[in-house]
Design a protein around this ligand. Structure first.
Ligand code: BAL
Ligand code: ZN
Length: 873
């Protein structure tokens, strides 16, 4: 198919004001009758034909205003329905289609999940249910009648409010749902099945009583309590932080086990991957609890940023996703620890988005062309999109940001918008010119900022020279400077921030770097300061500075900005690891780094009260961080060796302290997933991980003891994770035990898959292949595929990048197998290849061969073909 271009956007020639859908459920032949109230769009072309989108549909009949259309009136195929000469006035089009939910392995449109019916319509799944103008700028009011077997589907759900239920004869029943809020088709949802439910209530700030329901498989109701609490917390927070109130009488979440994404924000009826709903102390880890809270919040927040105000077209995806990620980040920061949330988000951004930005799949936050929109639900659109919103807020200040958001909600409620319309609200309230800022949306690539500093004791000035540049990315060879907010502090020898004076007046702490080079001269600087740059990661840029390790280590101890205390130690560690990789590759032993050990030892100091923060300090840069820092000629084995060497050195230097911390942090009371308790467990395992570095026997024995004596799933899984890194009898014993005890629970089986697939051991690939053939694995279930193959590809640098190329061939083989049955999941797995060009030549050649093998495959899906083509371009 032809690529879709932003520049070619045209309003729809027709609009649909109302949709009545009559869905007669049947496992293999569901009959969908759609009555569409259409009218010509005044903004569209005169005398245009009406072409409705379809995908894999069987047309049964069509009629206009009750008059059946004959075959000659129509041009119909499984992927479109065209009426050459429709009425030039409002009219009703009735279309009946037949769909087979049981055969729908793509999990887009109407499909079955463990016997229940459910839907996924974003981005283009509604066209797999009925012929439609399946584009986000066509907003309609939906009324849905669902009819099905009462025994098999006692629960019948759709968007909006329930208006009628009743018997339909022959053991069937029906429900009618009406959603008064006009919405695009991608927000439609239908669920039918035999499900358990947990109910609660929320009273909004305006006094509306909202019934809350979480639907799960029978018997799992007790695992829905945390999700329910998270809904209520999200609703309250959105009222307090953004003044946003919920707008229907009921809000529902349904957990399903077959789902391509994490969750989906359908109006009033969010459908979730069960992984992000179900939690109990026996089955979920601290990470699961935190993820559920964040994803429930994310989908709920879409009600205003995405649903009430939606996107004009799919190029504007970041309008709802970047903004909603920003909102869920702020929610988590308020619910838990703000610095810890920031650090973990920045870790995630760098490891995935910076990697994407530096490779062949780089694209702008707002892409300008796509071959397959499913492939643009990316870290760039989501996470970099959120960073752009955060910069905007940093640049104009919190009050102006809130005023701009209020204006956006006021002005655009009920509309399908563009980034320009969003940004115009902030330009208006702040009086600033955003034309340069908009480059963040159109230029791909991570800007690099080089900083050089000079202190002049005589003149008492401190000069900072910043030079920005953005590397070329596919299709974008030259780049222009962007607006980069630089939040900084000058830290004096006493550890305190000095006053910032520029041009004789107080200045900062945020400076906008708008030109290729910027010089800032700070005055009245009595002593040479240590500059703390990009505090709280004030811009998503790569910083290369001349700040010496000594200054960074000073900042690691004294900076008032907790993010930069962490960052300073990370930078020193990263510099050290880069040097160690060079040593390993030339057959030398990496140097020791006692000062780094001292900086990291602060994490295990009993005086450090925020354990979650301390755990972040203790965590070394990842192998991916080192690979990205190197940028080219990457040898993942050398990186693994260098990092292992550093961990062992830490164990030798900090042993007694690690042991003391490990014992001090032992679990005593009953399990609670709250942030402070989770932080203690995270710090405990950070100590354990170092104690077991290099496969040290005492550490392994302790990890095994933690596994065996664990009183909650977090300790159990973390202990297993530590054991899994080193070949040992304890490892095999614990893995076998976990399978025996928990192997029947699919979500726990996933954890067991993840742990084995990420092990940096040479037999991992054999294990993964064996596990794929085991009864618990189901290639049709995206969670199983992601846990086992996704983790192996994207979470195991040494084994995916085996020098013999077997890792590449294996992942490519699974992609080939999934290509037809679930192209979306297949294309996602290919993300593992996003950095293949930066590998050393031998691995690069093998990775390329695997990609070329896929490119030569017949009948490649649009999803897979698009990624392969761009990866090889
Ligand atoms: N809209 C797709 C799922 C999400 O980002 O919420
Ligand atoms: Zn979202």
């Amino acid at each position: 198919p032809r690529p879709v271009r932003l520049a070619e956007y045209r309003p729809s020639d027709f609009l649909i004001d109302a949709v009545e859908l009559d869905v007669m459920l049947d496992p293999t032949a569901t009959r969908v009758t759609a009555r569409l109230r259409l009218r010509p769009n005044p903004a569209g072309r005169d005398n245009a034909a009406l072409t409705l989108d379809g995908d894999d549909l069987n047309l049964v009949s069509a009629a206009i205003d009750g008059d059946p259309l004959r075959v000659d009136d129509l041009d119909v195929s499984p992927s479109s329905l065209t009426i050459a000469n429709p009425p030039r006035r409002p009219f009703e089009l009735t279309v009946t289609t037949l769909v087979d939910p049981s055969a729908n392995t793509k999990l887009m449109g109407l499909y079955r999940s463990n016997g229940a019916y459910c839907t996924q319509c974003e981005a283009e799944g509604f066209r797999r249910i009925t012929y439609f103008l399946d584009r986000p700028d066509v907003l309609a009011v939906y009324t849905i009648r669902i009819e099905g077997s009462e025994a098999e589907n006692p629960v019948l759900l759709s968007n909006g409010n329930l208006v009628e239920t009743g018997a339909a004869g022959e053991g069937r029943h029906f429900a009618v749902w009406h959603d008064p809020h006009p919405k695009p088709s991608y927000l439609f949802a239908l669920v039918a099945g035999d499900l358990g439910v947990v109910e609660d209530q929320f009273v909004t700030m305006g006094g509306r009583k909202v019934t809350l329901k979480v639907f799960v498989e029978h018997g799992k109701e007790d695992r829905a309590v945390h999700a329910m609490e998270s809904i209520k917390a999200s609703m309250r927070w959105d009222e307090e932080a953004f003044g946003r109130e919920y707008d229907l009488d009921v809000f529902m979440v349904v957990a399903v086990s077959y789902f391509n994404m994490g969750a989906m924000e359908n109006k009033g009826l969010n459908v979730f991957n069960d992984k992000y709903v179900l939690a109990s102390p026996e089955t979920a880890t601290d990470g699961d609890y935190a993820n559920i809270e964040a994803i429930i919040a994310h989908e709920y927040f879409h009600n205003w940023t995405g649903n009430r105000i939606t996107c004009r077209d799919w190029f504007q995806l970041c309008l709802k996703e970047g903004l909603t990620v920003f909102r869920d980040q702020e929610f988590t920061a308020d619910m838990r620890s703000r610095p810890v949330k920031r650090i973990s988000d920045v870790r995630g951004l760098r490891s995935v988005q910076f990697a994407e930005d530096a490779g062949p799949l780089a694209h702008p936050v707002r892409p300008e062309v796509y071959a397959e929109i499913n492939n643009f639900y990316t870290p760039t659109v989501y996470e970099k999109g959120a960073e752009v919103i955060r910069m905007l807020k940093t640049w104009i200040g919190g009050d102006a940001f809130r005023a701009g958001m209020d204006l956006y909600f006021d002005r655009h409620d009920g509309q399908a918008c563009t980034i320009e319309q969003f940004i115009a609200c902030f330009a208006e309230v702040s009086g600033r010119d955003f034309s340069q800022f908009l480059r963040w949306y159109s230029q791909a690539g991570t800007p690099e900022v080089r900083i050089a500093t000079a202190y002049d004791a005589e003149a008492r000035t401190f000069t900072l020279d910043a030079a920005q540049s953005t590397p070329a990315t596919p299709g974008q060879h030259t780049k222009l400077p962007v607006v980069i907010p630089l939040a900084l502090g000058l830290v004096g020898p006493d550890g305190r921030d000095m006053p910032l004076v520029v041009g004789g007046a107080p200045a900062g702490p945020v400076f906008a770097l708008t030109d290729e080079t910027t010089r800032i001269v700070f005055e009245n600087v009595e002593q040479r300061p240590a500059p703390s740059l990009f505090r709280n990661f004030s811009a998503p840029v790569k910083v290369v500075s001349d700040i010496a390790d000594d200054d960074l280590l000073f900042l690691a101890a004294h900076d008032s900005d907790p993010f930069n205390r962490w960052q300073a130690a990370q930078t020193v560690a990263l510099r050290h690891l880069v040097a160690s990789v060079a040593a390993v590759r030339s057959g030398r032993e990496p140097a020791d780094e006692p000062r780094l050990a001292e900086a990291l030892s602060r994490a295990f100091d009993p005086a450090e009260s925020d354990c979650a923060y301390a755990a972040q300090i203790a965590a070394l840069p990842s192998e991916g961080d080192v690979a990205r820092e190197l940028g080219e000629d990457v040898d993942p084995d050398a990186i693994h060796a260098a990092r292992g060497f550093l961990k062992s050195a830490m164990r030798r230097r900090l042993g007694p302290q690690l042991l003391a911390a490990y014992e001090r942090l032992a679990e005593t009371g009953p399990y609670s997933p709250d942030a402070a308790s989770a932080g203690r467990r995270a710090l405990k395992v950070a100590a354990l991980d170092l104690l077991a570095a290099g496969g040290e026997r005492d550490g392994i024995a302790r990890a095994h003891a933690l596994y065996s004596g664990a009183r909650n799933m977090t300790d159990r899984v973390m202990a297993l994770q530590v054991l899994s890194l080193h070949a040992s009898p304890e490892r095999e014993d614990a893995l076998a035990d976990f399978a025996r005890v928990y192997g029947q629970d699919p979500l726990l089986l996933d954890k067991w898959f993840v742990i084995q697939a990420s092990a940096p051991l040479p037999d991992t690939i054999d294990r993964v292949e064996t596990l794929m053939a085991s009864p618990g694995f189901d290639i049709r279930n995206p969670n199983r595929v992601r846990s086992l193959i996704g983790t192996f590809g994207a979470g195991n640098p040494t084994q995916f990048n085996r020098p013999d190329g077997r890792g590449y061939a294996f992942v490519a083989g699974v992609v080939a197998e999934l290509n037809a049955s679930n192209p979306q999941v297949a294309a996602r797995l290919l993300g593992a290849f996003r950095t293949w060009r930066s590998l050393e030549p031998q691995r690069r050649g093998k990775a390329e061969a695997a990609l070329r093998g896929l490119a030569d495959m017949p009948r490649l899906s649009a999803d897979v073909a698009d990624i392969v083509r761009r990866a090889l371009a």
